[in-house]
Write a protein of this length. Structure first.
Length: 276
């Protein structure tokens, strides 16, 4: 039996994601952080889910819980967005589903001096943060345009507003996503497709551990997901959480060159020593 719980408008609201976009959503990076929290909220709206992450067992457990609680269908796919063949499988496995919400939350960061981090590690990160996002945005942008409605949620970061020493490649990858979202928002709006760019600050997840960063403060993923859900179909850009807003708005009046230096000092303080 389907469980009905409201969030930012119940399912009978014309502006609810289910009514506005349809009954299926795709969420990459669904095993942790904002991806996992957004999957919970979409499920609560009665939306069927395709959940994608590398950790298939985690997805299967999460999918089973959501299916039982909300009476939805869940398809867990253990795929790595760094691998072109896995992205091709995702495209194939979703070809016959009427997906209307696309959340491209898969991504990760690296930190430390640029020339002391591995080249291949940086290239792999660009593959996930940029190449996979571009490919999936293109594929689903076409599909959503054909159905004349839908939304794509892309994840930038407040570090993408300027260069960031000691996390230069990660910041550059997020600047790419932010710029892509801004352009696609204008292009795809006449086709009925909403583009939402998310620019979070520090969010509690497995991100910091993978990036070798120490975060003394972070926005809970649930709080960030609530802000994102409220922005769906209502805004083109959202900075979730009070900490992200504070950092963004306090830095934005400063000259870009000064922001770069300040972000470098902040990042250097958060970064653990790296080997070669």
């Amino acid at each position: 039996m389907k469980t009905e719980i409201g969030f930012a408008g119940a399912n009978n609201s014309p502006q609810s994601p289910a009514n506005k976009y349809g009954s299926w959503a795709l969420v990459t990076g669904a095993s942790d952080g904002m991806g996992a929290a957004l999957a919970d909220r979409l499920a609560a709206q009665g939306i069927n889910l395709v959940l994608v992450a590398r950790r298939r067992q985690v997805l299967e457990e999460k999918g089973s819980t959501l299916a039982d609680r909300f009476g939805i269908r869940v398809i867990p796919l253990g795929l790595d967005m760094a691998k072109p063949e896995d992205i091709a499988e995702l495209e194939s496995r979703t070809a016959d589903l009427d997906i209307g919400v696309v959340v491209l939350a898969a991504g990760y960061g690296l930190s430390g001096p640029f020339i002391e981090t591995g080249l291949q590690a940086n290239l792999d990160m660009v593959d996930v943060n940029c190449r996979a996002v571009l490919r999936l945005a293109h594929v689903f942008g076409r599909r959503l345009s054909q159905r004349r409605r839908g939304t794509i949620v892309l994840f930038g970061s407040l570090v993408g507003w300027q260069g960031v020493p000691f996390s230069a490649v990660y910041a550059a990858s997020k600047a790419f996503v932010q710029s892509l979202a801004e352009g696609l928002r204008i292009e795809l709006a006449p086709r009925g497709v909403d583009i939402l760019s998310v620019a979070p600050g520090p969010v509690a997840s497995g991100f910091a551990a993978r990036a070798d960063m120490a975060m003394s403060m972070a926005t809970p993923a649930d709080v960030a997901a609530d802000d994102i859900m409220r922005a769906l179909g209502r805004s083109g850009n959202v900075v979730p959480g009070w900490l992200g807003k504070l950092l963004t708005y306090s830095l934005s009046p400063l000259p870009r060159s000064l922001r770069v230096r300040m972000m470098g000092k902040i990042m250097q303080g958060m970064t653990e020593p790296h080997g070669t």
